[in-house]
Unconditional design. Structure first.
Length: 202
């Protein structure tokens, strides 16, 4: 699975590319922060606990893409009702994910790896599906360039585990190139009838 590339080279490249990305994209990050504050309010960043390497918890930062609208009972409205046109734009272009470059720099994430999902999913995984946590979660991944949210959960996890078993520099480079193409084309942004994907239920 790992070898020298997975243990050393991958992390060095993550740090270097995340640093370059944060510097080069800093004007864009500032503009996005201002737009999110104006259109969706504060806080500008959405932070949530996610499982990382070996299932250990870290805080995932993203630009907010939904409002905080609640029902008369005080409960948050469904995601689809809180997702504005601006929020859909952020998600379809993956601009909401850019703050995760900081998580990569910290060592919580990698540029490429299985996407970090919800903590509540951990006890629902099969032993095989749980192997997706043998590597750091990624800003993008093999499942993201092979359907993203338009594929089923079993398909997504199968692709994640395949990535773990075939991790290499060549594969990572291929995923990064395919990610750029997918973002430009805005492919697989959501499952049919969903804001993103239906919850994973095991």
């Amino acid at each position: 699975m790992n070898g020298f590339y997975g243990r050393v080279v991958k992390r060095v490249l993550d740090v270097l590319l995340a640093m370059v990305g944060l510097v080069v994209l800093s004007p864009l990050l500032l503009v996005l922060a201002i737009l999110v504050r104006q259109r969706l309010g504060s806080p500008v960043l959405f932070r949530q606990e996610r499982p990382g390497l070996n299932g250990e918890t870290f805080m995932l930062p993203k630009f907010r893409s939904m409002t905080s609208e609640r029902s008369t009972a005080g409960d948050l409205l469904p995601d689809a009702e809180r997702l504005t046109s601006f929020g859909r734009f952020l998600r379809s272009t993956s601009l909401d994910e850019l703050p995760e470059l900081w998580s990569i720099l910290r060592g919580d994430m990698s540029l490429v790896g299985p996407r970090p999902l919800l903590m509540s999913y951990l006890p629902l995984y099969s032993a095989e599906q749980a192997r997706r946590h043998l590597v750091r979660p990624g800003l993008t991944g093999w499942a993201q360039v092979n359907g993203r949210n338009a594929i089923t959960w079993p398909q997504k996890f199968e692709l994640d585990v395949w990535y773990v078993d075939h991790l290499s520099f060549r594969l990572d480079a291929s995923i990064l190139v395919k990610t750029v193409v997918g973002v430009v084309r805005r492919e697989g942004v959501s499952a049919e009838g969903e804001a993103t994907m239906p919850p994973f239920e095991g």
